[in-house]
Design a protein around this ligand. Structure first.
Ligand code: SF4
Length: 389
């Protein structure tokens, strides 16, 4: 593992990021300041998953290694693993790809885990499984399994299409498959569910609204009687708390003040929380622009974008290449769900400029370094000047 960790460090570490950190997260050269959040980038779960993937490549040097989907949501890291000969199982028909595997094959399960169905298939094939599922994700699984044992429906605050939420949902039906779950994305959906809990409603409309977001055979008239909340570990903490409050209050009103039909368990992971708290802290300072660096499909990164967007011009960029010029920024638009190009005047001119940077838990430091250097370069300050400062 020591050898592997040195290799990973070599691929993803950054001297410039270390340098800015040593300066309490603030580097000013001339009229340009870059401000880094106190917590950003790789979390412990991601580091461990990457270390295990690198170790698998060394240990099983002469065997085919496959990865279920992506190890984490960052294109740079996934590209690096592909370059090491690790193949992705991410085609339109993963069942077929898995049925072609043999006992000689090694399969890596990513940090956000995978479904019980898929794990069973891998076991059937007899593959060597390297499970990198983060411990914080497993804590959520433990909780929803307990809900299932107690006949409580899991209300999962998350994205129904996200791998982690799918994996959690698959555990919430319990070992006998008789438990139930409902995935709720946001406060609008929460209010709809709360209204149904209190007043009932149109069952068919409910099922249509949450199509693909509930367990097989889910019946809102029956399965919303006893509910317990859990969440995808990377959601916005304040939204999860508000969702819990609204659901708890709805159950209490329906049950004339009784609380025993409602459970809750805080399952936002520590790393997600730290990154959100660090951004709130940084936002207390005036800044001209915020750049959030990370993979566009990264859930915890998108929460940082939402937080920043409420305070100042915020751009969700994949890497430094997205900064095309002082004005032109290519970035991901969360509401339109695709990459767009915008023009900003925030970096223009001779007046002092302060740019905030943060990054999701799946973003390596080398991408953050490139972003820092690009900002200074666009402002006419060379990388040599940055490293010498
Ligand atoms: S974001 Fe949280 S749950 Fe996900 S891998 Fe990192 S520590 Fe684990």
């Amino acid at each position: 593992m020591e050898l592997v960790q040195a290799e990973v460090e070599n691929h993803y570490r950054s001297k410039v990021v270390d340098q800015v950190r040593a300066l309490q997260g603030k580097l000013t050269i001339g009229n340009t300041t870059v401000r880094l959040a106190q917590a950003f980038g790789f979390c412990y779960g991601v580091e461990r998953a990457i270390d295990l993937a690198y170790a698998a490549r060394r240990v099983f040097a002469d065997r085919d290694i496959y990865l279920i989907g992506e190890i984490i949501h960052n294109p740079e890291v996934n590209r690096q693993l592909q370059a090491m000969g690790i193949k992705n199982i991410d085609g339109p028909n993963p069942d077929k790809e898995i049925s072609d595997l043999t006992a000689d094959d090694v399969v890596i399960v990513p940090a956000f885990g995978t479904t019980t169905e898929l794990m069973a298939k891998l076991q059937e094939r007899g593959c060597q499984v390297i499970d990198t599922t983060c411990g914080d994700v497993m804590t959520v699984w433990k909780r929803v399994r307990k809900y299932a044992e107690e006949g409580v429906t899991s209300i999962i605050h998350g994205k129904s299409y996200h791998e982690e939420t799918k994996a959690t949902a698959s555990r919430s039906t319990g070992p006998d498959g008789r438990g139930h779950y409902l995935v709720v994305l946001d406060l609008e959906e929460t209010d709809y569910v709360c209204h149904y809990i209190e007043h009932g409603g149109d069952r068919e409309e409910f099922l249509l609204k949450f199509a693909h977001a509930h367990s097989d055979g889910f019946d809102p008239d029956r399965d919303l009687c006893h509910i317990g909340v859990a969440n995808q570990t990377t959601m916005l903490k304040s939204e999860t708390e508000e969702m819990q409050r609204r659901l708890g209050a709805a159950v209490q009103r329906r049950d004339h003040g009784a609380t025993e039909n409602f459970r809750l368990f805080e399952t936002i992971c520590g790393a997600t929380q730290e990154r959100q708290d660090a951004l709130f802290e940084m936002l207390n300072e005036p800044m001209d622009l915020l750049l959030v660096v990370g993979g566009y499909n990264s859930s915890n990164t998108s929460q940082l974008v939402k937080i920043g967007g409420k305070h100042l011009p915020t751009f969700f960029i994949r890497d430094a290449d997205c900064l095309r010029s002082l004005e032109e920024i290519v970035h991901y638009d969360l509401s339109r769900k695709h990459e767009v190009t915008s023009y900003s005047t925030a970096l223009l001119g001779e007046a002092p400029v302060k740019v905030g940077i943060t990054a999701g838990a799946s973003c390596p430091n080398n991408l953050i370094e490139q972003t820092i250097l690009k900002i200074f370069e666009l402002r006419g300050i060379s990388s040599e000047a940055v490293t010498a400062s």
